[in-house]
Design a protein around this ligand. Structure first.
Ligand SMILES: [Zn+2]
Length: 440
């Protein structure tokens, strides 16, 4: 079966073969969506006004603001705080960038990945057909986002280049993939290979453990969890409730199969338990991507934090209801990786509803920034897009959504993650690593 990521994010067409800069990469995504042809006309106008060829203009810092301005004009709603000057004069856009002092924003990317392993993924040898669906999907996404060799470019080296050096990200939390039944009995990304990231950038990364499912046997799962903590000093878990075992999935609120894992985590001093929710890609069963199992477990383990990765999109309402009607709850979080990227550039109204619903119902202290990079290449365009994104006034009025103030964005960008992972933000910006942050 042929997988094409653009079929998974409906409404996209591939438009370029290889962006030159993170900004161009973001612009290409705007151009690939259903508003693409109309955005393209605005880009041509902007290029002409700047006195540049289209190709040259797309390489400037003005291209992304020009795409955002076009979205405002096409939709008649103010989704992006962007000035005409930024969009038309490359020099103005550059100046705005230069004026932004590094260290102004403390940004924790709660959702990052490497995606290679030394053994590779060889169909029929160490990877099943179903396993290849997922590899191919990630491969396609990477290629669309400027990584010429797809997953093969999602290496430890590039993790540093793209995320830690190539963007305004201060700290990256990296997330594992397991599913070893589909990958020759070995995790899709074995923890010993992930640990290289932590070793390279100890103060700028947070390592999560994963690849655990009680369907692989509860005692084996508990032993691996203990080993992750003792040998690799993981800072939390990122799990998947769909899995590659015959049972295909499990639930966080399963008292027999799952509660012993949370009890062990608590004993080992792990506080933050993440789970992929929503986005039921490839071989994964959608039923396990619903977030309802976080309801009971949040009440039964009030000292642990539960984080719904991807904000459970497109089931974000189900997630939001778990706090909207239970305001006493203080341990339920949402993370916006892939969800923000896929909606902001193509469905801005949906993006505003998703963020608005989460921020209104979970609250601004419980929503965290994440980009799912390096699957999406360099995350800088996503950071720029969130800096400029607004929930339009009509939606604030009509739905009771909060206004995206700089204070609220600072919480989402880094303060919430800093609080739960115990990261120290520093006022000054030392030139050498650790840049802007000390993880403790
Ligand atoms: Zn991810």
């Amino acid at each position: 079966m042929e997988f094409n990521v653009f079929e998974h994010f409906k409404g996209y067409q591939r438009t370029t073969s290889g962006p030159r800069t993170p900004e161009e990469q973001g612009t290409a995504f705007f151009l690939g969506g259903h508003m693409g042809p109309r955005i393209s006309e605005h880009i041509d106008t902007s290029a002409a006004r700047a006195g540049l060829s289209r190709r040259a203009f797309l390489g400037t810092a003005s291209a992304l603001p020009a795409a955002m301005l076009a979205v405002n004009k096409i939709t008649g709603m103010r989704f992006f705080e962007v000035s005409e000057a930024e969009a038309y004069e490359p020099a103005a856009a550059k100046e705005i960038k230069v004026n932004r002092k590094p260290g102004d924003d403390f940004i924790v990317d709660a959702h990052t990945h490497i995606c290679t392993r030394k053994d590779g993924y060889i169909p029929g040898v160490n990877t099943t057909e179903r396993g290849m669906w997922f590899v191919q999907l990630l491969d396609d996404l990477g290629k669309a986002m400027g990584l010429p060799n797809g997953t093969k470019d999602m290496t430890v080296e590039n993790f540093g280049k793209l995320i830690l050096e190539g963007s305004d990200t201060s700290v990256a939390v990296f997330n594992p993939f397991g599913f070893r039944e589909d990958y020759g009995g070995k995790d899709m990304i074995p923890i010993e290979e992930q640990a290289e990231v932590k070793k390279r950038w100890p103060t700028r990364t947070v390592m999560l453990g994963g690849g655990l499912t009680p369907n692989q046997g509860l005692s084996e799962t508990l032993e691996r969890l203990t080993m992750f903590v003792e040998k690799y000093q993981i800072s939390g878990l990122k799990l998947y409730t769909f899995d590659s075992t015959k049972k295909r999935g499990w639930w966080f609120d399963d008292q027999k199969a799952a509660y012993p894992i949370w009890e062990r985590a608590r004993k080992l001093g792990l506080k933050n338990i993440g789970c992929h929710k929503g986005i039921p890609f490839g071989q994964f069963m959608a039923r396990y991507a619903h977030p309802e199992d976080l309801d009971a477990v949040c009440d039964d383990f009030p000292d642990l934090n539960f984080i719904a990765y991807h904000s459970a999109w497109p089931y974000q309402h189900e997630l939001a209801a778990l706090k909207g009607f239970k305001p006493q709850r203080k341990n339920l979080y949402a993370e916006v990786g892939s969800t923000f990227a896929a909606t902001v550039s193509n469905r801005p109204l949906e993006c505003a509803h998703v963020l608005g619903t989460l921020l209104r119902d979970l609250g601004p202290d419980y929503v965290m920034w994440g980009t799912d990079s390096a699957l999406w290449g360099n995350p800088q365009w996503q950071i720029d897009a969130f800096r400029k994104f607004q929930i339009p006034a009509q939606l604030v009025e009509g739905h009771g959504y909060p206004v995206l103030t700089p204070e609220l964005k600072a919480k989402v960008f880094g303060q919430n993650a800093a609080r739960i992972w115990n990261l120290k933000t520093t006022a000054s910006a030392p030139a050498l690593e650790p840049r802007r942050v000390v993880a403790v």
